[in-house]
Structures are given as structure tokens and as C-alpha cells.
Write a protein that binds this ligand. Structure first.
Ligand code: SF4
Length: 331
């Protein structure tokens, strides 16, 4: 695996990529991605992350100063009420300067909330204290099963110990950090576990300022993994056959909306390309996928699929420009 450290001198911008930097989807919430490695191999991973990945060839790490300088500028543009959500496509706790990054983000005038997602494997009483002192407001904890064997199976690694994650959840609930438990519902696999997770969230008092549970729908992705035995639901089935009946049965709020997090619509940072447009990019680094390269044009990252050039200029056609994430193929 090639490791790329992205600094201000690297010539790689922090907008335009799904893998690192900042993602702005036109709201007051900014996704902040300082790194993209993972220590688990979940069989349902939407980005095929982890040591056993079959498609990921590179890992990225952005220097703390560089990513903070970008967030400062975008937060000024967005105005008061920004949430920074650290949600690398991987495990954010693998980022070495995480507490420092949280403290820096929390110090930005327009930022009112700093939150983070984690699989919980690296949380201990000490790391939770350090995240709390840094000013972290909320942890979205991925906990997909309480049953130890199923939880291990869903982590994809033999060393996974759900007791540690459960203890960490209890510890967070006692701290100043808000806890949102975020299981992925895998119909046909962890159906019996969701009620246990709801009861656990209630028992430990998760969710004070924010909702206690954020059950996620499993979706199939082109470069993701799909576990055996899953019965993929439509959004209608997810809401009407799962969330609503569970809400009623357990008298617990499960349908959550962006407003519950204070997220409101805000102008997006300038869009630089449209789908179908042709442009010339300069290749600056290998991509996350095999056969992909990181190109740069107009101060944005453009990920070029099926690219056989390792440097120089390449003429490309933009095939996707959704939410300012640019994907292209050679033209
Ligand atoms: S689902 Fe999350 S924790 Fe699991 S392998 Fe993917 S990125 Fe890592």
C-alpha cells in the first residue's frame, strides 16, 4: 500500500476528493477527512476499506495545519453554526493528531459542533478523556451487534472484542461528549440485534443534545462489499417495515432528520466542473483505487479512473460532479 502525506507543499487541494480533505454538500455540516485507513474488514463496508481490501491501493494522511486552514476558509464562507464531522472513509482514530485537530476545529469562530464517527476499537477511558478535553461534542459510534460472535463476524477481524466497544460506549455516556450509536441494519443478518442496541442506548442514557440512535440503511455500492445472506431493503421498506415498527414497539425515536443536528442549507463552495465537461488535469498522486490517479485542475482534485499516466497532463471527461466531488475518465 502506498502512503501519501498531503501537506500545503504537496500541490494537492483539499476539495474535490471523496477520500481526503473537506466535503461540502451545501449545508452547514462539513465532512472533514484527515485520513482514510481502517483497522477492520467489515463485510458490508461501503468503501471496501481495511487491511483485506481488494480495491484500495493507497492511503492518505493530510497534515493538521493544512486541513484546518481549509476548514477556516470554508467556515468563514458558510457563516455561524458550522458542524465539522470527522468521518474519514475508514477509522478516524488512526489519525495521529486527532485530539489536536479537534481542538483546532473547535477554536474556529463559526464552528459550533465538532463530531466524529468511529468503530470504537481504539477508544479507551484515556482516549475518551483526551477527546473530551479537546472539545469533541459528539461521537457517532458504529455498533452493529451486541452478540460477541456476530459482532466479531461483522468486524471481519478475529481480534474484535465487542465488550471493549460496549465499555467505551458506557464511558462516553458518562463524559461531556454526546453519544449517538449508529448501527448499520443488515436485514437477514442483525435483525435481532437492533432491539438489543435500542435497549442498550436507553440503558446507558445515550443522546442528550443529539439523538441517541442513528440506524443506517445498508446500500450496495459499486466499490463496496455486500455480505452473504443480506436482504437489501428499499427506502420505503426501511422506514415502514423496520424503523417505524421499532419506534412504536420500543417507544424510542429512530427516525432522525438533519434538523435534529442543527444542520441547515447553506451555499456550497464554488463548483468548478459540470458532468460531461472536458478539461485537462495534472496528475499529482496515485488514486485510492487500483488504476485511478489523483489529478488537479482549477484548485480541485479530480479523480481519474482507468488512467495509465503517472504524471503530466491528461485530457479527461468529468463523469460525476455531485456535491463537488469530481470523478473523470481519460477523454
Ligand atoms: S465499515 Fe467502517 S469500520 Fe468497517 S471496514 Fe469500512 S470503514 Fe472500516
Amino acid at each position: 500500500m502506498t502512503h501519501i502525506r498531503i501537506t500545503e507543499d504537496s500541490g494537492i487541494p483539499l476539495l474535490g476528493s471523496l477520500y481526503f480533505g473537506i466535503i461540502d454538500r451545501g449545508t452547514s455540516l462539513l465532512q472533514v477527512r484527515p485520513s482514510c485507513g481502517c483497522n477492520l474488514n467489515c463485510p458490508f463496508c461501503s468503501v471496501d476499506a481495511g487491511p483485506a481490501s481488494r480495491t484500495r491501493a493507497t492511503s492518505y494522511e493530510v497534515s493538521r495545519d493544512y486541513i484546518v486552514s481549509y476548514v477556516k476558509e470554508i467556515a468563514r464562507f458558510k457563516g455561524d453554526g458550522v458542524e465539522c464531522h470527522i468521518d474519514s472513509p475508514g477509522e478516524p482514530m488512526l489519525y495521529k493528531e486527532l485530539s489536536g485537530l479537534i481542538a483546532d476545529l473547535r477554536a474556529i469562530h463559526e464552528v459550533v459542533t465538532v463530531s466524529m464517527q468511529t468503530n470504537g476499537t481504539l477508544l479507551t477511558a484515556d482516549t475518551i478523556r483526551s477527546l473530551e478535553s479537546a472539545g469533541l461534542d459528539r461521537i457517532n459510534l458504529s455498533l452493529h451487534a451486541i452478540d460477541p460472535d456476530l459482532a466479531r463476524q461483522l468486524s471481519g477481524v478475529p481480534w474484535f472484542d465487542v465488550t471493549r466497544v460496549i465499555n467505551a460506549a458506557r464511558e462516553i455516556a458518562k463524559s461531556r461528549i454526546d453519544l449517538l450509536i449508529a448501527p448499520v441494519f443488515l436485514p437477514g443478518i442483525n435483525d435481532a440485534e437492533i432491539p438489543r442496541i435500542i435497549q442498550f442506548a436507553r440503558e446507558i442514557g445515550a443522546g442528550r443534545r443529539f439523538p441517541a440512535l442513528g440506524i443506517q440503511k445498508f446500500e450496495r455500492y459499486r466499490y463496496g462489499r455486500t455480505p452473504r445472506g443480506i436482504k437489501v431493503q428499499s427506502w420505503w421498506q426501511f422506514y415502514n417495515r423496520s424503523l417505524k415498527p421499532w419506534e412504536k414497539e420500543y417507544n424510542f425515536r429512530l427516525i432522525i432528520r438533519p434538523q435534529d443536528f442543527g444542520t441547515v442549507r447553506r451555499p456550497m463552495v464554488k463548483k468548478c466542473f459540470e458532468k460531461g465537461e472536458k478539461t485537462t488535469v495534472e496528475i499529482r498522486a496515485p488514486g485510492w483505487l487500483n488504476g485511478e490517479m489523483i489529478g488537479v485542475a482549477k484548485d480541485r482534485v479530480v479523480s481519474v479512473l482507468n488512467c495509465d499516466r503517472e504524471k503530466g497532463n491528461v485530457r479527461v471527461k468529468i463523469v460525476s460532479a455531485k456535491h463537488g466531488i469530481y470523478i473523470a475518465v481519460p477523454a
